[in-house]
Design a protein around this ligand. Structure first.
Ligand SMILES: Nc1ncnc2c1ncn2[C@@H]1O[C@H](COP(=O)(O)OP(=O)(O)OP(=O)(O)O)[C@@H](O)[C@H]1O
Length: 312
């Protein structure tokens, strides 16, 4: 068991899903390789949860085709549960069930569960095992929902807003859990609003907006495509000709802010600028170089909220 089937871990082709007049997913397609951490980013209402819940067999699309380890989640739901787990959405557990009872119940559902106490420990839940779900804090409920998804020893795990509402330590712990999953060969589909999370955890990221994929690449690729990836600031030891800096290869913008010179450009422009300055006998003091982030790529590729797509 648990052998890796041929083909990708997850394949989504031409997914479409409308709720009445509202088109939640207009046309989404992507492929996730085995062992990949694949991020899905996008504004509120973009269709992210609809997409991953369709992958998990919880919603059936109006059109399109999905395969998870070769299984059709819309018609082979039972077989799918042996391969894929999805983090429970809030309030899917009864308020009166204790964390321990939930772990025991979940473990009983699977043939080869991970020893649940290990999972509870990794997610900082050991001391809360006797507490009822309804009495756990939002962050503890969130961690329990992630932990329960892992008990099944899934080959593919879907985490929807993994770290929303978690304190910084808990967030660090769940990030480590994702890295461990990846190291163990588990495929992760990660819906997130955090650029930092996407940049630090994901091999590739799809940016979804208004039901369509607007970009799909590695975080670095998206940043590069957004341009102006790197910003450098410095105070020149003697006055400099800003136009000469602007003409250097890779530089897209140069401006002076008080005594500070701000240069934006391609990743290697910083080295070019420093080399050029030094050749002219100018020392760039208080030098600061900041690599680009996913933020600019995301903002370029997504529209303001509330712009709705009418049904085709
Ligand atoms: N069961 C439903 N009935 C009607 N409309 C729905 C339903 N589920 C989602 N929608 C609508 O479909 C659109 C996409 O919703 P979805 O939850 O997939 O977005 P999302 O990208 O996950 O958003 P968020 O970041 O806010 O969680 C939204 O406009 C939402 O209001």
């Amino acid at each position: 068991m648990n052998s890796t089937p041929p083909g990708p871990a997850v394949e989504v082709v031409g997914l479409r899903k409308a709720y009445g007049e509202k088109v939640a997913v207009a046309d989404v397609g992507f492929t996730v390789e085995h062992g990949e951490v694949f991020g899905i980013l996008g504004p509120n209402g973009a269709g992210k949860t609809t997409t991953v819940e369709a992958v998990a067999g919880m919603r059936v699309g109006d059109a399109g085709r999905i395969r998870v380890h070769g299984l059709d989640p819309w018609t082979e739901r039972d077989a799918l549960t042996r391969v894929l787990s999805i983090q429970l959405q809030e309030s899917r557990l009864q308020a009166k069930i204790t964390a321990q009872e939930a772990f025991e119940l979940w473990s009983a559902l699977y043939d080869d569960p991970v020893p649940w106490r290990e999972v509870a420990e990794r997610l900082g839940l050991t001391e809360h095992l006797g507490r009822r779900f309804g009495a756990l804090s939002g962050g503890q409920q969130q961690r329990l929902s992630i932990a329960l998804a892992l008990v099944a020893r899934p080959r593919v795990v879907v985490l929807d807003e993994l770290s929303t509402g978690l304190d910084p330590r808990a967030r660090r712990d769940v990030w480590q859990v994702v890295r461990d999953l990846r190291a163990g060969g588990t495929t992760v589909l990660l819906v997130t609003h955090s650029m930092e999370e996407a940049q630090s955890l994901c091999d590739r990221v799809a940016i979804i907006d208004r039901g369509r994929i607007r970009a799909l690449d590695t975080p670095e690729g998206l940043i590069r495509a957004a341009g102006e990836a790197t910003t450098m600031t410095f105070v020149p030891s003697t006055p400099i000709d800003l136009d000469a800096v602007r003409d250097l290869p890779g530089v897209t913008e140069v401006r002076a802010e008080g005594g500070l010179v701000v240069v934006t450009g391609a990743e290697d422009a910083a080295v070019t600028v420093v080399t050029d300055l030094v050749a002219r006998g100018v020392v760039p003091t208080r030098l600061n170089v900041t690599a680009g982030s996913l933020d600019s790529a995301y903002l370029d590729l997504t529209a303001a909220p509330d712009q709705v797509e009418t049904p085709a």
